[in-house]
Design a protein around this ligand. Structure first.
Ligand code: CDP
Ligand code: CDP
Length: 219
């Protein structure tokens, strides 16, 4: 019997985590969980309702519709597009630093990981959410290349943002994520460091699948 494993993929903004995680999950027939989308969904609620909502997260359900291009739902509301807005991006690192938010989302993510066969990406997956994950990747890329990648995505959405501004936004968000008190962005001791600056999506995918198959025990 083939053993299912959990794969944790962490790293800074636009390193390629979600693109690659999705592809790896598809290849292995695993579930893909985008934890950044969960923090973004809570940030949207915070912007709309104010800080009180943070103390009442028990009524908030976040789910993914995998059959439908991984759309993200906040209770019954499809928030897939709204959670990528500039307002959410500008506030997400602050909201993600609140203890109540982290406790709530980490518990939800750990429950999902219990069954195994999960590829989960974020900032603290290998260190805090799934410290026993069989394969941990820490994905890096230079800030400029990451900003260029985001710029292409913003352009595709019809947004014109200056590359310098995008680069400083990304650096600022990484700094906040690395310096927060609770589960900061940091490479787990047993994570494999993968610099994607000069790698194609296909190269990164193939490398992670190779590492995963070694852990699963199939060639
Ligand atoms: O896609 P992008 O790299 O822009 O970020 P994301 O994965 O959507 O995550 C958005 C933000 O959520 C991050 O900048 C972190 O502040 C927060 N986050 C976190 O604190 N912990 C996670 N496991 C995932 C995301
Ligand atoms: O999830 P994360 O924020 O780490 O990054 P992403 O949203 O997966 O990737 C950001 C953008 O970089 C996407 O448009 C990918 O297509 C692109 N990308 C790339 O050009 N080359 C790579 N090796 C990885 C991602």
């Amino acid at each position: 019997m083939i053993n299912k494993i959990n794969i944790a993929i962490d790293g800074p903004a636009a390193a390629g985590k979600s693109t690659i995680s999705k592809r790896v999950a598809e290849q292995l027939n695993y579930i893909y969980i985008d934890t950044g989308a969960m923090y973004r969904a809570v940030t949207l609620l915070y912007i709309e309702n104010g800080k009180d909502i943070i103390n009442n997260l028990g009524n908030v359900e976040i789910s993914f519709k995998r059959q439908d291009s991984n759309r993200v739902f906040l209770n019954d509301r499809d928030v897939t597009d709204e959670i990528r807005s500039q307002a959410v991006t500008a506030n997400v690192s602050e909201v993600s630093s609140f203890e109540e938010v982290r406790n709530y989302l980490v518990a939800m993510q750990q429950k999902i990981g219990l069954e195994k066969g999960v590829v989960m990406d974020g900032r603290d997956i290998g260190t805090t959410v799934l410290p026993d994950a069989e394969l941990k990747i820490f994905m890096q890329a230079s800030p400029r290349v990451r900003a260029e990648r985001r710029l292409l995505e913003e352009k595709a959405r019809g947004n014109n943002i200056d590359l310098d501004k995008l680069t400083s936004q990304i650096i600022r968000r990484d700094e906040l994520d690395m310096s927060r008190e609770i589960s900061p962005l940091v490479q787990a001791d047993d994570a494999v460091l993968l610099d994607t600056t000069e790698l194609s999506i296909e190269d990164v995918e193939a490398h992670i699948l190779y590492l995963a198959k070694q852990k699963i025990g199939v060639e």
